[in-house]
Write a protein that binds this ligand. Structure first.
Ligand SMILES: Cc1cc2nc3c(=O)[nH]c(=O)nc-3n(C[C@H](O)[C@H](O)[C@H](O)COP(=O)(O)OP(=O)(O)OC[C@H]3O[C@@H](n4cnc5c(N)ncnc54)[C@H](O)[C@@H]3O)c2cc1C
Length: 190
């Protein structure tokens, strides 16, 4: 693999070759064709723009959650990079959206905002990395990470727990909410 490292101003700082047996390159994400050209709905990369209530400004009947939404990068970088979106962050968007739609159905203005906290177990097969970032984008109130085999085992346990609660139709049982609140990890602001 040929690697080019850039300085902050975009000038080439270094180039080198990297040996590898197996490698994965992730191309820049962009929005899906179904929405990519809808003026006012998406940004130039095809991601859906939302206000703080997960609602599009031009089409207020459209709410968006997940990887499809536009999150502005925090700073200019020589190679454009996207803001990562992870599972818990998306659950918080969904929680805010469902409460907001409920408010609109009751004739009120939406008031709920997602925390966009990132609480993630990234499984590498035999071990993994856990991290907590509150909020996901700096400046953060909390930044923590840990790695080891325990993360792999925790991810297996989490999958079983997650599938069970979804089968039971409970997105956030009271004990989960209580435990997460002890760590100050909530889905909704305020
Ligand atoms: C390799 C990898 C590892 C990750 N690991 C973690 C992790 O450990 N922890 C974590 O929290 N997050 C992780 N993430 C991030 C997380 O998986 C994503 O942020 C999350 O799945 C996004 O959910 P989503 O529902 O927004 O989108 P998706 O899960 O991508 O769902 C979008 C769906 O829309 C469908 N679709 C697309 N086009 C159309 C169309 N035209 N019509 C109808 N349907 C359509 C797609 O088929 C897809 O099913 C990881 C992501 C990747 C890629």
């Amino acid at each position: 693999m040929s690697v080019t490292e850039l300085q902050a101003d975009g000038e080439v700082a270094n180039t080198h070759e990297l040996d590898f047996k197996y490698s994965m390159m992730l191309p820049a994400f962009r929005g899906i064709p179904a929405v990519r050209d809808i003026d006012g709905l998406v940004n130039p990369r095809g991601f859906i723009t939302v206000d703080k209530h997960q609602r599009n400004v031009k089409y207020p009947n459209i709410f968006s959650v997940g990887v499809c939404i536009a999150i502005a990068p925090l700073e200019a970088t020589p190679v454009a990079v996207g803001v990562p979106k992870t599972g818990f962050m998306i659950e918080s968007m969904v929680a805010a959206t469902s409460h907001n739609i409920g408010e609109i159905l009751r004739g009120k203005e939406p008031t709920h905002e997602a925390t966009w906290n990132a609480f993630c177990l990234a499984d590498f097969g035999d071990k993994g990395v856990a991290f907590l970032a509150q909020p996901q984008n700096p400046p953060r109130n909390l930044n923590w990470s840990s790695d080891g085999k325990w993360v792999h085992l925790a991810k297996i346990a989490f999958e079983k727990y997650f599938m069970r609660k979804i089968r039971k139709g409970q997105s956030e049982p009271y004990y989960e909410k209580a435990i997460m609140k002890m760590m100050n990890v909530t889905r909704l602001k305020g």
